[in-house]
Write a protein that binds this ligand. Sequence first.
Ligand SMILES: [Zn+2]
Length: 653
Amino acid sequence: MRRLTALLLATCLPLTAAAQDAASEATRTAQAELAKRLPLDDPRDMANATRGKLAEIPGGVILTKDGKTVWDRRPYEFLSRTEAPDTVNPSLWRQARLDAVHGLFEAVPGKIWQIRGYDISVMTIIRGKSGWIVVDPLLSEEAAAAGWKLFADTVETKSGKLPIKAVIFSHSHSDHFGGVGGIVTPEQVKKDKIRIIAPHGFSEEATSENVLAGGAMGRRAVYMFGSILAPGPAGQVDTGLGPKLSTGTIGYMEPTETVSEKGGTLTIDGLAFDFLDAGGTEAPSEFVFYIPAYKALHTTEVVTHTLHNVLTLRGAQVRDALRWSKVIDAALQKWGGKAEVALASHHWPTWGVGEVSSLLTNQRDAYRYVHDRTLFLANRGATLHELADATAEAPVQGRDFSTRGYYGTLNHDMKATYQRYFGWWDGNPANFNPIPPEQSAPKYVALAGGADKLLAAGKKAIAAGEYRWAAELLNKLVFAEPQNEAAKAALASAYDQLGYQAESGAWRNYYLAAAATLRGKAVEATSGNGQSRSFVSAIPTAVFFDALATRFDAAKGAGISGTFQFVLPDSKEAVAISVGGGVEFPRYGVTDPAPTATITIDRKTLDDVMLGQAQFPALLQSGAIRIDGDRMAFLSWFALHPPADPRFNIVVP
Ligand SMILES: [Zn+2]
C-alpha cells in the first residue's frame, strides 16, 4: 500500500438494495463449492489474531480534534457472523473477520506489543533497555496517536512511563510512516536524540514513488480500496491486507540513519537487531529484521497473511516475484528454526518455531510459483490472459490460507510477471495497434446486429452465469452507447456477481465500485487524507518540477519556446526549464545565463500552493512570487498546466 492514498477520498453513499443485485444461483453455487473445499473453520488464525489481547478503543472509533471520523469499526458489526453471506466470497469473509479484530495485543510477554485493527496497517512496540522502539506508526497521525494512547494507558500504567528511543520505518510505503507525527514531534526527535531508522533509499522512494503518476493511481485506488462503497455484506468488507485506510493526516519525518543493502546488526536502545535487505520485493526500499534476544522476526510486508501484489490494481511499477521469493528464502535460512514468532506490518503474528518456518516456506513457494509458472507457460507460447486463466490455484494455496489471493492474486500476479519480462503486448500483431475502445465498440455493436441484440446476448450470458463474457459484451455496448441505461444496468449486474465471487478484497472493491458507478450510486471524491506540510515539504524539488512537466499541455503549447528560470531563495535551489517543441525540460541545479523570465519563489511558498493554502494570483500580488524578464511569456506558459480531473471515467468512456 502506498502513499498515493493521500489522494483518496472516503465519502460514502449507501447502495440501495433495490439497485444492487442479490447473489445469483451461479454465485451461490461458486461460494458453496469454495466453502466445501477449504477448511474455513480452521481455528488457528483466529486464535493468533486474538491472542494476547489487552485492551481496545471502545467501538473502534478514532476522531480528529475537530470531530471528523478517521476510523470507525461500528458499521462493520455485520462481520461478527461466522458464516459468510452469499454476497461475499467465504474465504474473503474469513479474512475480513480476522482483519476486523482490533486492539492492543501482547505478542511477546513484557517485550513486544502490537496495535492492530485501527488502520490498514499494524504498529509494533518493542521494549528496549530504557524505553520504547516503535515500528511502523500507521498511515495517519490521528490513528497512530490513538493507538499510542491505548498502549500508554494500558502498558505504561504498569511499567511506568518510558521514553520513545527509536522509530523504525520498515519500508517506503506511507501506511508505515505517515502517522509518525502522532507519536513523536520533530522537536522531540531533535531534543531527545530519538533515532529514526529506515532502509537505504527510503527518503527518495517515500517522497517520490507515486508523485508523477499519482493522479491516475489515486483514481484507480478509489476503486481498489472501495472508498466509494458503503460498508456492508453487499459493499466494502475488507481490503484483504487490512480493513481499510484510515482517513487522517499523512506526515513524514526524515530518517536519522539508514541500513545499507548489506544489512547487518544494529544495537537499538541496548537491543540487537539483525537486518536483511528486502528492497525490490514489495517496496523499492524495505528490510526485514530479527531480534535474537526476543526470538522475534519482523517480516515487514514481505511475508504477510496474503499473496501480495506483484502489480497492484491501482497501478505501479511491476515488482519482482523471483527476488521476493529469494529474500524470503534468505530469511528462512538465517532465522528458520530460531524465530519463535513472526510479526508483520499487516495482519496478525504467527507463533511457534515450526509454524514460522512453514509460513516462510509456503510464502516463498507462492512467489516462486508465480514466477516460474508464468515463464513455464510463456516459454510454451501462452500469453498473459491465457497463462493466468490456465492456472486457477498454486498447490501451496490449497494448504495455507496465508498464500491465498486476498489482496494480490495468482491471476494478476502472473500477468504482472508476464509484463515484467515481455511488456504489455502478447506478441500477436492483431493486438499491437488496435483501434481504441471508443472507436471499436460501435463497430462491434453493428456487427452484433444492433444494441438490442448485443444487450440480449449480454443478459443471456448473465443468466448462464458467464459473468466475464457478459462483462466483455456489455462493456462494448456501454462504450458505444454510454447513455444506454439498460446496458449500464446489465453490466452492473455482471460486475455485482464478479465482485461477490472475488476472493481478493481488491478485486471485489473494484468490481462493486464499478457497478456503483454505472448505477450512478458512487459518490465521487471530494476530500481525502490531508497531506501534512511535513510530507509535502519532503518531496524533492527536482521531483516537483518533473511532476509539473507531466502537466504541460503539449498540444496547446507546441508553439511556445523559452527558458524559465526558477530561483528558490529559502532552499538555495535553482531549476532552469527550457520549453520548446511541445516539451518542457527542467534542469535541476542549473542557472541559465539568459532566461526568458526569472521566477523567484521560496520553496515554502511552493509547498503552500501544493497544500492549497495559497493561490498564484494572490502570491504575485503580494510579492511572494517575483517575476523578472518577460512576465507575459511566463504567465501564458504557466497557464498551460491545467489540473487533471481527479474523477475521470473508468467504466464508461
Ligand atoms: Zn503496507
